[in-house]
Design a protein around this ligand. Structure first.
Ligand code: PEP
Length: 252
């Protein structure tokens, strides 16, 4: 049975007070009101608030992920944060490969592979993002683009290391734009990705790996997207910043 996962990617939003009060309120609503859902919920706040967020969530089923790590462990990399540092404050999950990091911070597959390797060295669970641009889709090369993204990064890892991965399919044209892939477009890509894992690592891995959809998921469209056979949850940006919308997505 594949794990259903919902990740709130808060990007560079929410200060200390907003972060801590959102997480406290979320925990209160989820547990006091005993909201019925089948998903593992992960919040990815900004670096300065990872420690406090992790402390608040201790002993609950909510977990906290970092939005990034540096590919080196320590040294003269002003402004960067390492996997070892995050591990020392109890963080065990990291988002890698997000298209905003590729666009604004020039992360390429070579850097991403280094980030994957250092994250695995510290036993992080990696939520690895893949997805095509609108130009790729118009040219009808979206399947091969996603295949190459995996081939150059995740597929350099061993069979055992697959236990540490979830994949997020995030079409770049759908992130923060209000446009979503149709449920069929998303399902077709998820099925394709699962097939790639089958070819690379076999049925056990492809049956087990969670593949999440991300790209303008909201409280209205979540149910239909999540009901697709190969979609195991979502990576949510904007809608995860609104408690009411996020709760509706959790219940979807
Ligand atoms: C994201 O940042 O990964 C994302 C999917 O954002 P949004 O939901 O706002 O499109």
């Amino acid at each position: 049975m594949r794990e259903k996962i919902l990740i709130a990617n808060w990007k560079m939003n929410y200060d200390f007070y907003e972060t801590t009060s959102f997480i406290r309120n979320l925990l209160k609503v989820l547990f006091d009101k005993k909201i019925n859902h089948n998903k593992k919920i992960i919040i990815a706040p900004s670096f300065p608030f990872l420690h406090i967020s992790n402390q608040i969530s201790q002993g609950t089923t909510l977990s906290i992920a970092s939005q990034n790590i540096h590919q080196k462990n320590k040294g003269a990399y002003t402004g960067e944060v390492s996997a070892e540092m995050l591990k020392s404050i109890g963080i065990k999950k990291v988002l890698l490969g997000h298209s905003e990091r590729k666009i604004h911070f020039f992360e390429n597959n070579c850097i991403l592979l280094k980030k994957i390797k250092i994250a695995l060295k510290y036993n992080f669970h990696i939520i690895f993002c893949v997805g095509e641009t609108i130009t790729d889709r118009k040219k009808n090369i979206h399947f091969s683009v996603v295949k190459n993204q995996l081939k150059d990064t995740v597929f350099h890892c061993s069979l055992d290391e697959m236990n540490y991965f979830s994949i997020a399919y995030e079409p770049v044209w759908a992130i923060g734009t209000g446009l979503t892939a149709s449920p069929k477009e998303a399902q077709d890509m998820h099925k394709f990705i699962r097939l790639l894992f089958m070819e690379q690592y076999g049925k056990k891995v492809s049956d087990k790996i969670s593949i999440l959809y991300g790209g303008s998921v909201n409280d209205i469209n979540a149910k239909e997207i999540f009901s697709q056979e190969d979609i195991d949850g979502g990576l949510i940006g904007n809608s995860s910043l609104d408690m009411n919308k996020f709760l509706k997505i959790i219940k979807s």
